[in-house]
Design a protein around this ligand. Structure first.
Ligand SMILES: [Fe+2]
Ligand SMILES: [Fe+2]
Length: 150
């Protein structure tokens, strides 16, 4: 399986998210390389690292969507849960001594690219707008107080 080349259409225009997506893609490429070269121990470690980082990333994204009042928050969270649940099943099988990287690689590759270009790109415009209007209002105690009563 080929590596994922980071192309501009993978950027969604939110710095913290793009940075995390780039990290996930680079972990994926390392995992794929280790698998291709038969480095089983390295691949197993990278799979764990990648899954842990994906769990962190999905939680970060969900916080961001919630704070921004994204209307499709629940659907996005569900989409994460479906991916993370499958990752956790793979992780559990790996913990039980099975080499699952061969099937994890195509699954991770497909879900990574389609989720970033699909669901993540879909919330980006909404969140960017919400961040811009938040900046205009300022971040002082008064605007924080106003947000509480919205
Ligand atoms: Fe997402
Ligand atoms: Fe994401």
């Amino acid at each position: 399986m080929s590596n994922i080349n980071w192309t501009d259409d993978l950027n969604i225009g939110i710095e913290s998210i793009d940075e995390q997506h780039r990290h996930i893609v680079s972990l994926f490429n390392e995992l794929n390389d280790a698998h291709i070269h038969g480095e089983i121990n390295v691949a197993n470690k990278l799979l764990t690292e990648l899954i842990e980082f994906k769990v962190f990333h999905c939680a970060h994204e969900e916080d961001l969507l919630k704070q921004s009042g994204f209307p499709l928050y629940k659907m996005h969270k569900l989409s994460h849960e479906l991916i993370i649940n499958q990752c956790l099943v793979l992780h559990q099988r790996a913990e039980n001594g099975e080499y699952v990287v061969k099937e994890a690689v195509p699954f991770l590759r497909a879900t990574l690219v389609s989720h970033i270009k699909g669901e993540d790109a879909d919330y980006a415009i909404y969140v960017r707008q919400s961040q811009r209007s938040g900046q205009k209002e300022g971040r002082g105690w008064f605007s924080s107080l106003k947000r509480l009563f919205r």
